[in-house]
Design a protein around this ligand. Structure first.
Ligand code: DQQ
Length: 590
């Protein structure tokens, strides 16, 4: 693993160097990385800091912005406060990577400099126009209005795309007419239609109604609002950070945003300010009328819409990875402890581990799965096979460091006899149900699952539960998934909810359910049923503050036996993520 990290650093350095060679050829020997120096920089600095999730070395991060792959490098921009660990002074932070796992921090790419963005450089995206990356973003202007702006790369020969120039004709879209100037933001990646026009979609509020407005342009400079919005809702408040992309019905491959032929559907993802959760609809995009028609008749009630992640993420954004033909996507994972804690540790917020995203063969559900590249980080492995979990059993998975781990487990249910009865009222608020039950209550089938980040020290017990419970309705079995943080931390001021979701799998068919959980110090991401349901949580165990290590257990508190068909748990290496005062990078700038 160390070799992979070193190789990544070397590759980035070589790219930096190549970009400099023309102007300063003599730098070559000065700036080449010294491998032995790496070790000291990879040390832990605080217990909440993660080992393999994207975070800046310090300060505040929120939405992922303008992710792209360009000439051998992945770029991730993000909402960033260059001056502190709380939200404010919004700018675009910028990092690059060759593998989406290890990241090098660059200088801020877009800062508040002009009348059209002097009060904030908000979220946006990158579109390739004639092969060149172009940024569309929201600026908060000198009249405090949300306006849309454009920026181009400054230096055509810099492969790192460090500098961007904001166009002299900004702003390119204004909140005029019925658009609320406080709520008009977050342009999507553009797509190109058969009629020779570019399109972009923007979240907006019009007289209390959420709309995803569609704008069209022939030259990417002059934009006209389409007669109809792409989609709208009367009852769900402002929709932020829209994402709109085609998905294949016949393969897991990702598609370029402009593809609109063949066996495909489209996905509209919106971030609801009201709930701070991301929802998606699958349907058909009618390019002639420029409207999106969801397949299912969803009532205008967000509680019935499928969610990207049933835990604690927001403002997600995807991009087409043309190198590996896949669609990849990140979400912002906010902190759940106090602002005072954020200030104390000097940073706040992270991105989910990058997920590949595609449409299930049922044509209805999105599947999300940690990108394969995560395997670069896997170290020692523990395995269990055909292991019976009798009622009341709690079994420790020991032998690896479980505070940074990748755990895959497949549970088998020998019988569904004894499932408790389902009540339709559960459907509208599974989180409430998970809040009312506990992982220790004895049920019929379940609760069974994982306890992560545990401490067994008497009087200081802490555990975070990710578990299942099976219910029987009149005609089918329902699989409830819960992530319960109530006993996760003894620290003061921490938000410790229970999250819940019903998983879209037919448990009566194969009597199995799979769970994959990425544990990374203060973030736990779970993927159920091969990625059909995802749930992310922030966890702040107190026991690690005193140097105690955390435990990992499988458990079954149902009255019926559950089997583990197979469990694999890997300890994970620490990735090289935005290391502060990075000698290698800074020396390259000399
Ligand atoms: N965050 C940005 C906005 C966006 C919001 C500001 C969503 O552009 O609507 O930091 O988290």
């Amino acid at each position: 693993m160390a070799r992979v990290i070193i190789l990544h650093a070397i590759l980035i350095q070589i790219i930096i160097l190549l970009s400099k060679i023309e102007a300063r050829p003599s730098l070559l020997t000065l700036t080449y990385p010294q491998i032995e120096e790496l070790g000291s920089e990879l040390k832990e600095i605080d217990p909440d800091r993660t080992a393999f999730h994207f975070q800046p070395s310090k300060n505040w991060l929120n939405d992922p912005n303008g992710p792209m792959y360009y000439k051998g490098l992945f770029h991730l921009f993000y909402q960033y406060n260059p001056d502190g660990p709380l939200w404010g002074n919004m700018a675009w932070g910028h990092s690059v990577s060759t593998d989406l796992v290890n990241w090098e921090a660059l200088d801020v790419a877009l800062d508040r400099t002009d009348p059209f963005d002097i009060n904030g450089v908000f979220s946006g995206s990158v579109t390739f126009v004639a092969g060149e990356p172009v940024i569309l973003y929201t600026g908060i202007d000198d009249q405090q209005r949300n306006v849309q702006n454009i920026a181009f790369r400054k230096n055509g020969s810099d492969p790192l795309l460090r500098e961007w120039s904001k166009s002299g004709y900004n702003p390119i879209m204004l909140p005029v007419g019925d658009i609320d100037p406080d709520n008009f933001r977050d342009p999507t990646t553009g797509w190109f239609g058969q009629d020779g026009h570019w399109r972009t979609a923007i979240g907006a509020n019009l007289e209390g109604r959420a709309e995803i407005l569609l704008y069209k342009s022939q030259n990417f400079k002059n934009w006209t609002r389409n007669e109809f919005p792409l989609h709208k809702s009367q009852s769900s408040g402002m929709w932020e950070c829209p994402d709109f992309f085609p998905v294949s019905l016949s393969s897991k491959d990702g598609l370029d945003p402009s593809v609109n032929t063949g066996n495909i559907k489209h996905v509209l993802k919106v971030s609801l300010m009201k709930t701070l959760q991301d929802y998606y609809l699958v349907g058909k995009y009618d390019e002639k009328k420029d409207v999106f028609v969801p397949d299912e008749w969803y009532k205008d009630d967000y509680r019935t819409w499928p969610m990207i992640d049933y835990g604690h993420v927001y403002a997600s954004k995807s991009f087409f990875d043309s190198k590996n033909n896949r669609r990849i996507f990140w979400s912002w994972v906010n902190e759940s402890d106090s602002e005072a804690d954020d200030v104390k540790r000097g940073w706040s917020g992270m991105q989910t581990f990058p997920r590949a995203i595609w449409l299930d063969t049922d044509g209805k559900q999105l599947i999300q799965w940690p990108i394969e590249d995560i395997k670069l980080l896997r170290k020692q492995q523990i395995q269990l096979r055909d292991f019976g979990l009798q009622s009341g059993v709690k079994h420790e998975i020991s032998g690896i460091l479980t505070s940074q781990a990748d755990v895959e487990v497949e549970f088998e249910l020998p019988s569904l006899e004894g499932a408790e009865s389902f009540n339709n009222s559960f459907l509208l608020d599974p989180s409430k149900l998970c809040d009312e039950i506990t992982p220790s209550d004895e049920g019929g089938i379940g609760p069974f699952g994982l306890f992560v980040l545990t401490s067994d020290v008497e009087g200081q017990e802490e555990y975070t539960a990710i578990y299942f419970r099976i219910y029987k309705s009149s005609d089918r079995y329902m699989t409830l998934m819960c992530s319960d943080l109530k006993s996760s931390s003894r620290r003061e001021g921490v938000y410790k909810p229970a999250h819940g979701a019903f998983v879209g799998v037919d448990i009566s068919k194969d009597k199995r359910i799979s769970l994959r959980t990425l544990i990374d110090h203060s973030v736990v991401e779970s993927f159920v049923g091969g990625g059909r349901t995802c749930m992310t949580m922030r966890v702040y165990p107190k026991h690690v503050l005193t140097g105690q290590t955390s435990g990992l257990y499988v458990f079954n508190h149902g009255s019926q036996e559950v089997k583990i068909r197979e469990l694999n748990a890997w300890e994970m290496a620490k990735a090289r993520v935005n290391i502060e005062n990075d000698d290698f990078i800074s020396r390259a700038y000399i």
